[in-house]
Design a protein around this ligand. Structure first.
Ligand code: GRG
Length: 298
């Protein structure tokens, strides 16, 4: 299977659905909706929605299943986008650029950016609960809502972000760094996979294996992010949010050096692929995604 084609095909499916599912820029809330849409369509890789759809493919590779899961996939991207908008705020990283474009608060002001993030977070749950009607049973939608809320909230991404902020410019031990990574980045990635699997009707054994896969690619994703940051040129850093070092953050390369860090990323990818042993060729996109995460350059 050609992972590049797969990613491209799913990316356009997700972007078309996001446009369809997102509020329209009109009426009294036009400015707010414009701010939400600005960041949502500012060129992300769409990794989380694609993982959700690929996990569904690994259970049941049918077009109908994909269509059923699109509201959930789009909700995951809304949550990811909200987290980036808030992460860039003056009160957090205070970044002016993301993906080479002006950050949300630069264009819409601090209050506008906070509200755009809040709007995207709430809209995500609206999508799962309402747009998912007729596609997924009420029980599945409830399970997915619960899982997404848990991963995005205080025991996941939000808690991890707080821990990250309070650890800035401090010497932290490796366990704390691992907890930051697992909660801040890993939780939403694992949850993207699990929600796709639940939506497609995975059994307990399949869910367990996919959770193992998710935890490992979540780890690989964050390690590679640390590596890309540590090896980026000044010009590359200019196009993104500022470097981790600039923000006083602990990273894998700081603990282990570049070479050992790369080995650790490879080991996590290998463990992720090993976790998929009980799956047939329908999990090839997940296998390809694990390798893509390892070799990604942005
Ligand atoms: C503000 C509640 C709150 C949380 C922020 C995820 C996060 C927590 C902050 C982002 C900071 C960051 C760069 C984390 C490293 C891993 C990460 C999430 C990278 C960005 O994700 P990609 O590569 O982004 O999927 P694109 O641009 O492709 O959407």
């Amino acid at each position: 299977m050609n992972i590049k084609n797969y990613l491209e095909q799913k990316r356009s499916l997700v972007e078309e659905a996001m446009d369809r599912f997102m509020l329209e820029e009109s009426g009294p809330f036009k400015k707010h909706i414009e701010a939400m849409r600005y960041s949502l369509f500012a060129g992300g890789k769409r990794i989380r929605p694609i993982l959700c759809l690929a996990a569904a493919d690994s259970i049941c590779a049918q077009e109908r299943t994909q269509e059923n899961l699109l509201p959930v996939a789009c909700a995951l991207e809304c949550i990811h986008t909200y987290s980036l908008i808030h992460d860039d705020l003056p009160a957090m990283d205070d970044d002016q650029l993301r993906r080479g474009k002006a950050t949300n608060h630069v264009l819409y002001g601090e209050a506008g950016a906070i509200l755009a993030g809040d709007g995207l977070l709430s809209w995500a749950f609206d999508l799962i609960a309402d747009r998912g009607k007729g596609n997924l049973t009420a029980e599945k939608r409830l399970d997915i809502c619960h899982m997404v809320a848990r991963a995005a909230g205080s025991l996941g991404m939000v808690g991890g972000q707080q821990l990250d902020i309070q650890s800035e410019n401090k010497e932290i031990d490796f366990d704390t760094l691992a907890t930051i990574h697992r909660s801040k980045t890993g939780a939403l990635i694992t949850c993207s996979i699990m929600s796709g699997a639940i939506g497609a009707g995975a059994n307990a054994k399949q869910l367990h294996a996919l959770e193992e896969y998710g935890n490992n690619i979540g780890l690989a994703f964050q390690i590679i992010d640390d590596l890309l940051d540590a090896t980026a040129t000044t010009e590359e850093l200019g196009k993104t949010a500022g470097s981790d070092a600039e923000h006083g953050k602990a990273t894998y390369p700081l603990f282990f050096g570049i070479d050992k860090t790369r080995e650790k990323a490879k080991a996590a990818v290998d463990n992720a692929i090993k976790a998929l042993t009980l799956f047939d060729h329908r999990a090839d996109p997940l296998r390809g995604l694990a390798n893509y995460i390892y070799s990604r350059t942005n």
